[in-house]
Design a protein around this ligand. Structure first.
Ligand SMILES: Cc1cc2nc3c(=O)[nH]c(=O)nc-3n(C[C@H](O)[C@H](O)[C@H](O)COP(=O)(O)OP(=O)(O)OC[C@H]3O[C@@H](n4cnc5c(N)ncnc54)[C@H](O)[C@@H]3O)c2cc1C
Length: 437
């Protein structure tokens, strides 16, 4: 087996991993980022969620990426970077769409700016060697064989805690009971198999001549959808997310195949219905995303688990622990939480990245320590990039100094812009109306 030694090894090159790699490299660590796919991108690429909605996040990395993408012809919408916020009146702002090719190029350009950052695509993490509270090495494989990677600090950015779970770290899945974390707005009963919604995204081109002759009456009724989420791409194409559809649990055998087939047909039938019924007669289908969009997976039972009570407090009391700030409503599909609570910005706690059981492992993905409800708003691509960047910086400091991640203070690694005063005022009003302030 080949062996590689590095300071910081990251499993997963999705939003969190990209941020982590850049964060570690900019603090001088010899950094290796591994993904089973040939190119970075994660869910943004595989499920066509190349759209920051409703804003670009609030960290320096997303700001740089936005600038890079805008400099490419039709790479990103012709809109100025906006930091974490809703509109003055609490309303959602328009989406910030960009092309996948532009995103990938911007990320690869960022990576290329560091001699000490190496991307290892096409390698799947398969096993881990641990010694007491330390991760010693991970084993990855591709068609040519296996490679053992030794690092001082490891970051799990796999989106599904694939490394942390192999290490035996405690984790959570699905809805939590209101009693688990004292969350007044959570349901009475926990349900491991009830996760945030999955959707299959497709892309259309208005003004085309769709060559379909489907009888609208033959299309299943659940595909008769007038309300869909649309993100208009820089070239005028539209990414369509039908929302309000399926549930998938990684723990039910065969569930992925079932839901993937169901959602693929549903999305396609929605398209047919909109054309055939005359709602969008000129929509030409450009394509279907390569895979199902999965919002939620395993979450870390971290040293600090963020709950809705942190949201209600705006995390004010824990400000010194923050490494990022959310800019999205509590978007748990199928609930009325978003309508009730709207967009309340809150800080991401550094300790939500740290497993209880290991000293040299961090998590930087949608699997960070948050309850199911809170995961509804900290799972967003741009927020995870900012948190990932902080995680990478912490990892680099530790790898080069011998410190442990638990010794790092958020102030040493965090870099984000806080939300404007009116967002705080809006949220305060909301919480006062709810009797929570
Ligand atoms: C339908 C939908 C709509 C969304 N809309 C928005 C939006 O409008 N705005 C927004 O900001 N966010 C949106 N999101 C959320 C956001 O895109 C994701 O939550 C975020 O990008 C996830 O990043 P991540 O780093 O946690 O994981 P991922 O993107 O899943 O990255 C994990 C990476 O790890 C790799 N990996 C996993 N296991 C292994 C292994 N064993 N070996 C090697 N590599 C491995 C994967 O290949 C992947 O590249 C949406 C998500 C969905 C599903």
């Amino acid at each position: 087996m080949d062996t590689i030694n590095c300071d910081v090894a990251i499993i997963g090159a999705g939003s969190g991993g990209i941020g982590a790699a850049i964060g570690a490299a900019e603090r001088d660590a010899n950094t290796l980022i591994i993904d089973r796919e040939r190119l970075p991108g994660g869910v943004v690429a595989s499920s066509w969620v190349h759209n920051w909605e409703p804003t670009c996040g609030n960290g320096p990395l997303t700001r740089r990426l936005w600038k890079r993408m805008r400099s490419m012809p039709l790479g990103a919408a012709d809109m100025e970077f906006t930091i974490s916020r809703t509109g003055q009146n609490g309303q959602r702002l328009p989406t910030m769409p960009f092309e996948l090719w532009a995103y990938r190029q911007a990320v690869l350009d960022e990576f290329a700016g560091f001699d000490n950052l190496h991307f290892m695509g096409g390698h799947t993490f398969i096993s881990v060697n641990t010694d007491k509270r330390r991760v010693k090495s991970v084993v990855v494989e591709n068609e040519a064989g296996m490679t053992e990677i030794h690092a001082k600090i490891f970051i799990d950015a796999s989106g599904a805690l694939n490394l942390a779970r192999k290490c035996g770290c405690a984790n959570m899945l699905g809805t939590d009971s209101c009693h688990d974390f004292n969350e007044s707005v959570a349901p009475e009963k926990a349900d491991r198999n009830q996760l945030n919604e999955v959707n299959w995204i497709y892309r259309v081109r208005p003004g085309g001549r769709p060559d379909i002759s489907v009888d609208p009456n033959s299309i299943p009724e659940n595909a008769h959808r007038s309300g869909i989420f649309q993100a208009v791409m820089p070239n005028g194409d539209i990414l369509v997310n039908i929302c309000g559809s399926g549930n998938y649990s990684p723990e039910i055998p065969g569930d992925y195949e079932r839901v993937a087939a169901e959602q693929y047909s549903l999305a396609l039938n929605t398209y047919y219905w909109r054309v055939a019924s005359g709602m969008n007669p000129d929509w030409e289908l450009v394509g279907m995303a390569p895979s199902l969009g999965i919002r939620e997976s395993y979450r870390l039972r971290a040293r600090y688990v963020m709950t809705v009570n942190d949201v209600f407090k705006f995390g004010k009391h824990y400000g010194k622990y923050f490494i990022g700030m959310t800019d999205h409503p509590l978007d748990v599909h199928g609930t009325d939480l978003e309508a009730r609570l709207g967009s309340i910005p809150y800080g991401i706690h550094y300790n939500s990245l740290l497993p209880v059981e290991f000293d040299n492992l961090l998590v930087a993905s949608r699997g960070i320590g948050a309850t199911h409800i809170v995961a509804g708003s900290c799972r967003l691509s741009r927020t995870l990039m900012t948190c990932g960047q902080a995680a990478g910086r912490a990892a680099a400091i530790c790898a080069l100094s011998g410190k442990l991640p638990e010794d790092i203070r958020a102030g040493e690694i965090a870099e984000f812009e806080t939300c404007p005063d009116f967002a705080i005022e809006n949220a305060n009003r909301k919480l006062t109306d709810m009797g929570l302030l």
